[in-house]
Write a protein that binds this ligand. Structure first.
Ligand code: ATP
Length: 436
């Protein structure tokens, strides 16, 4: 089962400290969200799972961390200043604003139901502009990046010269992006401040189609390997009229959200558009000299572009489940262990001092390797439920017998099965069950 209503996950996130509305004491907003003790751990896990697959496990991709603030020249060259806009319409009755391509009926206002009340659509640029330094005005403008990708293009030659890589190779980045979305909404699915994980894969032009297919397959697999059921995912090639000005082919990985299918990640063939444009605008050579064939060329680019925060929403929605255990309903997040905020919870059966030293010692041993929770309050059944609800795959219970038999009980989140394990083999048992 997965969440059928967005509210199920929104409520759990608030209740358990995953996600809070940003600046909630001042009313909060849909622009951005704050990630609490569990949400920040999970976000980090999503990032790390991506870096592990996209960078650590391959020798042809390197990671960078570029600046968020960038001068207008970058976005003049990339085309964002001219083209990065959505069609904005105003309702002349209720004064609300909407993104025209998101209206179910382009004639009826979804807020006040007025018919034919919309203004002509106008292009609304989504970039946030601000000023660097003490003097506001011309010459001091900078932009908050609306995607991380430009950081990879402007550093193409730096990376080429310092990393011993040659095409086909990729430059990856994880970090915040900002878009002044006309209508943010659906919780963390669409916000004005969000986090992306993107990779630009530079290839000889003739290999572009091959690598496009390769990355479409690899990226679908990443989500299913991390536990999203295949039937909740779909690869949807863009129609010709949807393609960005630079793209010769784009596919979206779509996810079945409670409100319907929607984008989770985009995989685009960007050709040599970005490098050519930055070469023109900067006057620098942004190409590659292939010594083996004695030829100079501008690589083509395949870009898998995903959202960290949007992926977290999808993982939570897919993992959400409600079942009955011992005649009692429970909520359980069946998250992949790599994504769970805590991998293990150590639970001394009673708060009595006699169990504390051993429980604390096991906590310290496990915490050296994993993020571990320690919980000694309330009945053990209640504590199991608490861990189920936040997706902790394993609970380790220390009881009075543990002091005699040097063993503890391991309980599995999904099956709720419990087994007795010698303390001497606890670490290897936990690693075997988690898979790492
Ligand atoms: P949409 O059509 O939903 O506005 P897009 O096609 O503009 O998205 P891309 O530019 O392809 O999105 O961005 C790549 C990825 O970054 C998206 O697939 C999504 O996961 C994430 N992303 C983009 N915009 C937002 C946002 N406002 N909030 C959260 N994540 C976002």
């Amino acid at each position: 089962m997965a969440a059928t209503e967005l509210e199920q996950v929104v409520n759990l996130c608030k209740r358990r400290g995953f996600v809070y509305p940003s600046a909630e004491i001042y009313g909060g907003s849909r622009s951005s969200y704050d990630y609490g003790p569990l949400g920040s751990l999970m976000l980090r896990n999503v990032r790390e799972a991506w870096i592990r697959t996209m960078v650590q496990q391959r020798d042809d991709v390197v990671l960078i961390d570029a600046a968020i603030l960038a001068p207008p020249q970058v976005f003049e060259a990339s085309g964002h200043l001219a083209n990065f806009s959505d069609p904005l319409v105003d309702c002349t009755k209720c004064k609300q604003r909407f993104r025209e391509d998101h209206l179910t009926d382009p004639n009826v206002c979804p807020n006040c139901a007025a018919v034919g009340s919309f203004t002509e659509a106008r292009a609304f640029n989504l970039m946030f502009k601000t000023f660097a330094g003490p003097i506001e005005g011309a010459g001091a403008e900078v932009y908050l990046r609306p995607e991380t990708a430009q950081g990879m293009f402007v550093n193409f030659v730096n990376v080429l010269q310092t990393s011993r890589k040659k095409p086909p190779f990729g430059i990856a980045q994880v970090g915040k992006s900002f878009r002044n979305e006309i209508t943010p909404g659906n919780f963390i699915f669409r916000t004005r401040e969000f986090e992306q994980m993107e990779m630009e894969f530079f290839v000889p032009p003739a290999e572009s189609a091959h690598w496009y297919q390769y990355w479409c397959d690899a990226r679908m697999r990443w989500y299913t390997d991390l536990g999203i059921p295949a039937e909740m995912l779909m690869l949807r090639p863009h129609e010709a009229d949807e393609l960005s000005h630079y793209s010769t082919g784009t596919s979206d990985i779509e996810f079945k959200y409670p409100w319907g299918w929607g984008e989770l990640e985009g995989i685009a063939q960007r050709t040599d558009f970005d490098l050519q444009r930055h070469a023109e605008h900067s006057g620098q050579k942004l190409d590659y000299f292939d010594q083996a064939n004695n030829e100079r060329y501008v690589p083509y680019v395949i870009e898998p572009a995903a959202g960290v925060t949007r992926a977290m929403a999808a993982f939570l929605l897919a993992a959400y489940d409600e079942d009955i255990v011992n005649d009692e309903p429970r909520t359980v997040l069946r998250l992949h262990p790599r994504l769970s905020p805590y991998k293990v919870a150590v639970l001394p059966l009673s708060k009595k001092d006699t169990l504390t030293p051993l429980a604390r010692e096991l906590y310290a041993t496990l915490a050296d390797r994993y993020m571990v929770d320690y919980d000694e309050t309330q009945a053990i059944g209640k504590r199991y439920r608490r861990q189920d609800e936040i997706g902790t795959p394993l609970c380790v219970t220390v009881d009075f017998d543990s002091l005699e038999d040097d063993a503890v009980t391991i309980r599995d989140r999904d099956s709720t099965a419990q087994v007795r394990v010698p303390i001497a083999s606890l670490l290897s048992e936990v690693a075997g069950r988690l898979g790492f």
